[in-house]
Each structure stands twice: as C-alpha cells, then as structure tokens.
Design a binder for this molecule. Structure first.
Ligand code: ADP
Ligand code: MG
Length: 272
C-alpha cells in the first residue's frame, strides 16, 4: 500500500481523436489540500470527471483508498466517499439551509419524512455544527433563495460535508463571489482540510495564494505541466507562457494594434 488516498496512473481520455487527458499522473496524500490550476481547455473538469466516474478513462487507472474505480458507477463512487461540488450551487432554494442539510444527511431516506419528522438529537447536533462551520447559523431557517451567491456555495459545501466524504472535489468555488466571500471561502476550505482530503480547481490566483499551503499542480494540454509550492509554480517560465497564451486567446483585445508575440523566454509575472 502506498498510503495515498488517490492515485491516478497514466490516464488518457480520448474524445474521438482528441486527448482531453494525455498520460496524466497524479497522487494525493490523505489530508492534503491540493489546488489545480491551468488555462481553459487544459483538462481540469475532465480530470474531475474521471475521478467521480462521470467519464471512464480510455487508458490508465484511478485508485481511491487502494481500490481501482474502473468497475464502479458514478453513484457507487460517490458512496465510497468522493463528494463533488459543481460550479453552480445545487441547493433546494425553497428550503432553508437547515432543511437542505437535513436532506443531505439523509440522502438514502425519503424526502418527506425527513422534512416533517424532528431529526434525532445526534443529527440535530451535527447540523448545528455544520451550520456553524459554513457560517450560516444566523440564517439557518430562512429560505435558501434569500442567500447570496457565496452563502449558497457554502451551503452546498456543507451539504457535501454532511455526507462525510473522505475526498472533496471543488470546481472553481469563488467564481462570481465578492472579495470578502472569496476570503471566507478560503477559510472554510482551509478548515475543512483539517479533516478531509480536498482538490480545488481554481482560476483566481489571489485565492490560490490564500489557500495553497502545499503543492499546486498545473495542468496543460491534458498533462501535468509542473507541480510545486505556489511561489515556485507562479514564477515557472512554462506556466507563465501557457497562462499568457491562454489569456490572449480567451480575451482578444480587438482595439490593440497587431503585434508580434513576445519571445517565449521573456521573464514575465502572471497578472494578478
Ligand atoms: P478545462 O476544465 O481545463 O477548461 P476540460 O476538461 O473541460 O478543460 O476540457 C479539456 C478539453 O477537452 C477541451 O478542449 C474540451 O473542448 C475537450 N472536451 C471536454 N469534454 C469533451 C467531450 N465530451 N467531447 C469532446 N471534447 C471534449
Ligand atoms: Mg472546466
């Protein structure tokens, strides 16, 4: 046994002839919080899809807690202890945060008894602890549609945690959040990392700087371009090159005069 919670060994995902992931290797220690960055189209979402079983790799293996996930369905993999937070919050807007968390604690039971019966004491304690963790105790009983975008994100993170996953996968949690909400999201993920292994995919470099305590992994064209501490990765010329390349592609400035691309070895900082 390697002791890793997750091991991804030589994964390739082909869509027709195109390789969204290309001989990718990756591993995660239990209790690690790993941030994954990379330009648009690098394969970040596909990377999460192969962990959750949404997409099966064309080649290679995903091993979670020592088990090869290939034979398992997405649903079975979730039950083995992998929780995924999608970019848009998926909470019940006409229910309160408390009710949303009660449902999450009772995923296998019927919805109606969950809502109309008073939950047992242990579960009530869990739910009030979760409300405190996600900072929503004071809004526990208002309808979720009155929450801000950030508060909905925290509620969904709470709903995932309610299912006691060992590994949490979080896709761009701060897109569209205010600066203050972004900072609080960072604090929430950092505190959850004390008891979970977490993979966060993120574009916002300031946020990555806030939460990246250990290694950051950079994906590019379906493979790992480099891995290391945030400062090291941020100043890696290969990373600067792929980021500048992608920002020029995704946000073309039609007003700028045409000019030649800078030489690849120009030392430049990633724009913050
Ligand atoms: P990222 O999340 O890093 O932006 P994705 O994992 O979404 O990247 O996509 C990686 C590449 O694979 C992109 O070029 C995308 O167009 C392609 N891709 C993703 N899913 C599919 C699919 N189902 N069919 C064909 N191409 C896909
Ligand atoms: Mg994506």
């Amino acid at each position: 046994m390697s002791g890793k919670i997750l091991e991804i060994d030589d994964i390739t995902v082909s869509f027709g002839g195109f390789k969204a992931l290309n001989h990718l290797n990756f591993s995660l220690e239990p209790g690690e919080l790993r941030v994954i960055i990379g330009p648009n189209g690098a394969g970040k979402t596909t990377f999460l899809d192969i962990i959750t079983g949404k997409t099966k790799p064309t080649e290679g293996t995903v091993i979670f807690k020592g088990k090869n996930l290939r034979p398992y369905s997405e649903h079975q993999i979730a039950r083995m202890g992998i929780g995924r937070k999608f970019q848009t919050p998926r909470v019940y807007l006409n229910l309160s945060p408390r009710e949303n968390l009660q449902l999450a604690c009772n995923r296998t039971k019927d919805v109606l008894p969950t809502l109309f019966k008073s939950p047992p004491t242990a579960e009530r304690r869990t739910i009030s602890g979760l409300l405190e963790t996600i900072g929503l105790s004071h809004k526990a009983d208002m309808k979720a549609n009155l929450l801000s975008h950030g508060e909905k994100q925290w509620l969904e993170i709470g709903m995932l945690v309610a299912q006691s996953p060992d590994l949490l996968l979080v896709d761009e949690p701060v897109a569209g959040l205010t600066d203050e909400e972004t900072e609080r999201t960072g604090e929430l993920l950092t505190s959850l990392a004390e008891s979970h292994s977490i993979i966060v995919i993120e574009h916002d470099m300031e946020f990555v700087r806030q939460i990246a305590q250990g290694q950051v992994t950079v994906l590019h064209q379906g493979s790992v371009l480099c891995e290391g501490a945030f400062d090291q990765v941020q100043s890696d010329p290969r990373v600067i090159e792929v980021y500048l390349g992608s920002s020029e592609e995704s946000e073309p400035d039609h007003h700028a005069p045409a000019k030649a691309a800078p030489p690849v070895d120009t030392p430049l900082a990633i724009p913050d």
